[in-house]
Design a protein around this ligand. Structure first.
Ligand SMILES: C[C@H](O)CC(=O)C(=O)O
Ligand SMILES: [Mn+2]
Length: 345
């Protein structure tokens, strides 16, 4: 029987969907419920990883250490992971996270920039952490280049490297091609993982396709809570895997109950492919730009879809959040020129 290892990202990617406003009480309740499901790893941190709480990415409600400690204490049977984007989070942030109890670090870079993960991965290995590489916005990068980037991460000490569909822009054939390319390029002891966003409504299908192509680690979140139209819904993935004879180690009823009773009541808006989140997948834009684009659209009186389409054309990557306002202002100026009106701010 095929077996996969699931990492739940409700308390990290889900933070984007709640503007990083989970309280310690929310963290406790969700971590507790996840612990009971049997999921192997829970990722927790600001949506943009350690050190992400800032004017650029949005301030978190709670202090980072208090948040991590709460999750670790509330999930005693589960390994806790933190995300780290070099340049946002530092080696010191990682050491503090280890003091709080994390056992896995996931180091994320743009899919052509694995080299900036070297220092963080080597330090993580010295700290005895399980090390995962995260190649973000993988839809922008050809399979052969992703394989070379993944090999760099493996040489820095990664135990696993992920294809990350940050924009939810990939369909099944592309997932199969890119996951197989990593599987063929990496040493057998280095695992391949897959992280989906549901912007085109195919996160579960893509995740299954990834497993068929050789991925053994898959990300998911309760009720799909995550950036854009969310991540692969954990409970749906588990049900689909059971039907296909894929062992996830997760209790289906407990995952359903955690989703329904603990996470859905905490969702400020439905996490679905609506007109704006669908545009992310269609245009190939980083899912965590959604709420920033919605905010800029309201502020400058333009359509969020026009902002996202323009960002897609410009191939904007994570860290360029300030471009969202830039594009919104330009669209508003264009509109004002055409109608003879003024720009609202
Ligand atoms: C920082 C991003 O939210 C990481 C991630 O989950 C993705 O790229 O997708
Ligand atoms: Mn994500």
């Amino acid at each position: 029987m095929t077996a996969i290892r699931i990492t739940d990202v409700t308390l990290r990617d889900g933070m984007h969907a709640v503007r990083h406003q989970f309280s310690l009480e929310d963290a406790r309740a969700i971590a507790n419920a996840l612990d009971a499901t049997g999921v192997e790893i829970i990722e927790a941190s600001h949506g943009d990883g350690l050190g992400g709480s800032s004017i650029q990415y949005g301030f978190a409600k709670e202090d980072e250490e208090a948040y991590l400690r709460t999750v670790c204490e509330s999930a005693p049977n589960t390994k806790v992971a933190a995300l780290l984007l070099p340049g946002i989070g530092t080696v010191d942030d990682m050491k503090r996270a280890v003091d709080c109890g994390i056992r896995v670090i996931r180091v994320a870079t743009h899919s052509t920039e694995a080299d900036i993960s070297e220092e963080h991965m080597q330090e993580a290995r010295k700290l005895g952490l399980e090390v995962v590489g995260f190649l973000m916005l993988s839809h922008m990068t050809p399979a052969s280049v992703l394989a070379e980037e993944a090999k760099k991460m493996a040489s820095y000490g990664a135990h696993c490297v992920y294809i990350v569909d940050s924009a939810g822009a990939m369909l099944m054939d592309e997932v199969a091609e890119k996951v197989s390319s990593l599987r063929a390029a990496l040493p057998p002891e280095v695992e391949v993982g897959f992280h989906a966003h549901n912007n085109l409504g195919v996160s579960v299908a893509n995740s299954i396709e990834a497993v068929r192509a050789g991925a053994v680690r898959i990300d998911a979140s309760l009720a799909g809570l995550g950036a854009g139209a969310g991540n692969t819904p954990l409970e749906v993935l588990v049900a689909a895997c059971e039907k296909l004879g894929i062992d996830t180690g997760v209790d289906l009823y407990r995952a359903m109950d955690a989703s329904e009773d603990v996470v859905r009541p905490r969702m400020p808006r439905p996490v679905i492919p609506d007109r704006d989140s669908l545009t992310l997948g269609y245009a190939g834009v980083y899912s965590s730009f959604l709420l920033h684009a919605d905010h800029a659209a309201k502020r400058f009186g333009v359509d969020a879809r026009d902002i996202l389409l323009e960002l897609g054309k410009r191939k904007v990557v994570g860290g360029q959040e300030d471009m969202i306002v830039d594009v919104a202002v330009r669209l508003a100026q264009m509109h004002a020129r055409q109608t003879g009106g003024a720009i609202s701010t």
